[in-house]
Design a protein around this ligand. Structure first.
Ligand code: 5GP
Length: 248
């Protein structure tokens, strides 16, 4: 059973709680800490298409670690406590709010198909959207009134969550700009921290849930490469990690 020291405490990995599309979640010897293990799988269409790419889990874990480090500098509270191995992290235990919070700086993906846009239009101000997180329902679009009435999140939580998404956008847009990459759009997930109920940023920050386009070549460096059958997604992911490592 793997173990790790968090501060002065020995943390033991315990039971597998959940296997997601690209990560596994384990309980640990500390009831307020979870153990997150990044897998090598890539999925599209909410898991209907799936493939394995050796090393992808490590790339996503490392990119996530560096981007959370950038958020630390911007004072944004997130769940990452410690890196345990290249693909394992200790995170705060949270109760995930079943919403996908999407921010869009440039028109792409579903925004383009839904509203008949050309794609590539700069969106001012950036668009904020929420989706109900449910694979069987294909993550349907949701509005604030539905989220509040269905008791998914309170009005106050929605306000905090949008405000934090804006802060994350400002921070990550600047980071990616510095390494010659446009942050087109991204998805965040939030949770209520088990030890105090505070709303914090959870999940991962990786090219699996962002669109990232190289300034010079215009090439996608994210999961669109896999979604659109344009080759091996790891080349773009490695490029992002290499550039981020030079920055930090
Ligand atoms: P779209 O709504 O255009 O498909 O996605 C907008 C952004 O949110 C993209 O960066 C996309 O990667 C991310 N996103 C939206 N839904 C999901 C999802 O279910 N899983 C992941 N990994 N990313 C998502």
């Amino acid at each position: 059973m793997p173990s790790s020291t968090y501060k002065d405490e020995e943390i033991q990995q315990e039971d597998l709680l959940y296997t997601g599309k690209a990560k596994q979640l384990f309980s640990t010897s500390n009831p307020d800490i979870y153990w997150l293990h990044y897998l090598d799988s890539a999925t599209a269409l909410n898991g209907k298409v799936k493939e394995e790419y050796a090393g992808k889990g490590e790339l996503n874990a490392q990119i996530t670690r560096l981007l959370f480090q950038a958020l630390d500098q911007a004072g944004i509270t997130h769940h990452l406590l410690k890196t345990v191995s290249p693909r394992d992290q200790l995170v705060e235990r949270v109760e995930i709010i079943p919403l996908e919070v999407v921010t869009r700086n440039v028109a792409a993906g579903h925004l383009v198909s839904r509203f008949g846009l050309k794609g590539g239009e700069v969106l001012t101000p950036p668009i904020r959207e929420i989706y109900y997180k449910s694979d069987p329902l294909d993550d349907p679009f949701m509005n604030d009134s539905q989220a509040i009435s269905l008791k998914i999140a309170s009005q106050e939580e929605l306000e905090t969550l949008y405000q934090m998404a804006d802060q994350v956008n400002d921070c990550l847009k600047a980071v990616f700009d510095e390494i010659g990459i446009t942050l087109v759009d991204f998805k965040l997930e939030f949770g209520r921290r088990s030890r105090d109920g505070k709303l914090i940023l959870a999940d991962e920050l990786s090219p699996d849930n962002m669109r990232l386009v190289d300034h010079t070549s215009g090439q996608s460096l994210d999961k669109d490469v896999f979604r659109q059958h344009k080759g091996d997604l790891r080349a773009g992911y490695r490029e992002i990690l290499n550039r981020l490592e030079k920055l930090f």
